[in-house]
Design a protein around this ligand. Structure first.
Ligand code: BEZ
Length: 315
């Protein structure tokens, strides 16, 4: 059974780690950042295919992940729960995409449309509370015998210790420096974390401009968002003000206090998610699993399954 060295401890690396370790492989994860400091830690983490291509691959991976996440809702300690998602459009009559129809999406009646919106649909989807779910994955990985090596920035894929037969590249935006992939583009996202808001029983997403979302979690609420090509990790207070003002306007409430602000770089890949195997300069098998854009959580289990098939077919 091949041993596996994984680069990256965001949701993609951890999910692959759990899957391989629970199937009996010896697995180590090497990561510069872990937990809340990763891009995944800054994510809204609602199951929602967003900013990832191509649809014909992304949707099957997303639907496979959906099923797995629904299973995880059976244990509250995972941090995964089901929530009603309402997707709105400011400008036109939304079309319900086929993937949403297959999950039971329904158009929203006019009385459920906040004033700023023309139309919308709703469906129930998994929501991952990143403050719990990333720890759940890490704990599950370690319980299955996996080793997590923190503070390990690798410069090349070949830097994964030669004792590992297969290397998985789950480095997210870090794949830029590891592979030199010119297709990978940082889609910067900034969010504001505000207190729980009683008037918000469901997740709200409007992805016609300006990208806006309100995602209630157990202990707080994530307000977003932004999406621009930039690798600047500094908080931009002007953007936070714009997010707070637009979300308060939509919800018709006074601007709440800001508990925290977060920035993450969505690893968007212009030619589509990279999920393929190859060979390293030293002859080892590498499986690339990056470029998930704003859909890292949404694609995590479906992609991990395909990584498993690719690695075990070749090794
Ligand atoms: C985001 O990438 O900001 C995002 C993704 C899914 C749902 C909401 C926001």
């Amino acid at each position: 059974m091949p041993s596996i060295g994984i680069i990256g401890a965001g949701v993609s690396g951890l999910t692959c780690g759990v899957l391989f370790a629970e199937r009996g492989h010896k697995v180590s994860i090497f990561a510069e950042k872990t937990g809340q400091t990763t891009t995944s830690g800054a994510a809204a983490a609602l199951w929602f295919p967003y900013d990832a291509e191509p649809a014909e691959k992304v949707i099957p991976w997303a639907l496979a992940t959906f099923e797995m996440l629904v299973e995880l809702t059976r244990n509250v300690r995972t941090g995964v729960s089901m929530i009603e998602l309402r997707q709105f459009s400011r400008t036109n009559q939304v079309q319900i995409p086929e993937w949403a129809t297959s999950l039971g999406a329904k158009f929203l009646e006019a009385r459920l449309l906040p004033g700023a919106f023309q139309s919308g649909f709703s469906l129930r989807v998994p929501l991952m509370d990143t403050t719990t779910y990333l720890d759940h994955l890490a704990d599950r990985f370690v319980a299955a015998g996996g080793e997590l090596h923190e503070d390990r920035r690798l410069e090349r894929l070949e830097d994964v210790d030669a004792k590992f037969d297969v290397v998985l590249n789950c480095a997210g935006i870090g794949a830029q420096h590891l592979t030199g992939d010119a297709d990978l583009e940082p889609h910067r996202g900034q969010v504001a974390i505000v207190p729980v808001i009683d008037q918000v029983p469901c997740a709200i997403v409007c992805n016609d401009p300006p990208l806006t979302y309100v995602i209630p979690r157990k202990n707080d609420c994530v307000w977003g968002g932004t999406n621009e090509i930039s690798n600047n990790l500094d908080i931009d207070s002007t953007l936070t003000s714009a997010i707070i003002s637009e979300c308060s306007r939509l919800l018709k409430i006074e601007p709440p206090p800001i508990l925290n602000q977060r920035v993450g770089l969505r690893p968007f890949r212009k030619s589509g998610v990279r999920l393929e195997s190859g060979r390293l300069a030293d002859g080892r098998i590498v499986v690339h699993n990056y470029g998930h854009g704003g859909s890292g959580f949404t694609l995590s289990w479906g992609c991990a399954d395909e990584v498993f098939r690719l690695s075990t077919r070749q090794a």
